[in-house]
Design a protein around this ligand. Structure first.
Ligand code: ZN
Length: 203
């Protein structure tokens, strides 16, 4: 499986990092070795002094496809979840300055904690889903899918023009504003509409 991540999908987050608002989705990938499941701990990597959290809704792809039309994209996922796109912001800043790829800052082991998935049909509209992150019991990030520039279906249509999607692939759909640093011993809890789907510690 592979993990595809959308960057700059929420206007306020693009602004907080002084990034231009994109006309097309921006995406990058994380390898399967970045996946952290079953609420296993995240080990703070020694190569960074500024690992930051980005809380994101995840789409789980349920069948293989390529060149998927936006109007059929909804058939390619039944479940959504929540995860953290951990980012070594110091390394990413270096890469951005030099115009180099971001993998060193985004694709490292454990950089993609993923929680439990839930049926998308429990929501009356996928454009009206609230999600949030608490660290050590304190609310740190809140998002609303209505604020996405590119919908789940648009993202699937766009990405599948370039890369075939396969059953089990995950797509991180971008973070709202409010990203920030993490510390060893932080306790993460992430929620979709108040339901806790992810719960892990940083070690
Ligand atoms: Zn992200």
């Amino acid at each position: 499986m592979k993990i595809i991540c959308i960057g700059r999908n929420y206007r306020e987050h693009a602004k907080e990092l002084n990034n231009p608002v994109p006309e097309k989705p921006v995406f990058f990938m994380k390898p399967d070795t970045a996946l952290l499941q079953k609420n296993n701990p995240f080990f703070y990597p020694g190569f960074s002094k500024n690992v930051q959290y980005e809380t994101e809704i995840i789409i789980k792809i349920n069948r293989n496809g390529k060149h998927i039309e936006e109007k059929f994209a909804h058939k390619y996922y039944d479940e959504i979840g929540i995860g953290i796109d951990f980012t070594a912001r110091d390394l990413q800043a270096e890469q951005k300055k030099k115009g180099l790829p971001w993998e060193i800052a985004k694709a490292f082991d454990g950089a993609a904690p993923v929680g439990k998935f839930i049926d998308k049909n429990q929501f009356s509209s996928l454009d009206d889903i609230h999600f949030s992150l608490k660290i050590n019991g304190e609310l740190r990030q809140q998002g609303h899918t209505a604020d996405m520039m590119f919908s789940f279906d648009r993202i699937i249509a766009y990405v599948s023009q370039f890369i075939s999607l396969k059953m089990g692939d995950l797509i991180f759909t971008g973070t709202p504003s409010g990203v920030g640093p993490t510390q060893i011993n932080d306790h993460y809890e992430a929620f979709i509409e108040g339901e806790k789907l992810l719960d892990f510690n940083v070690k």
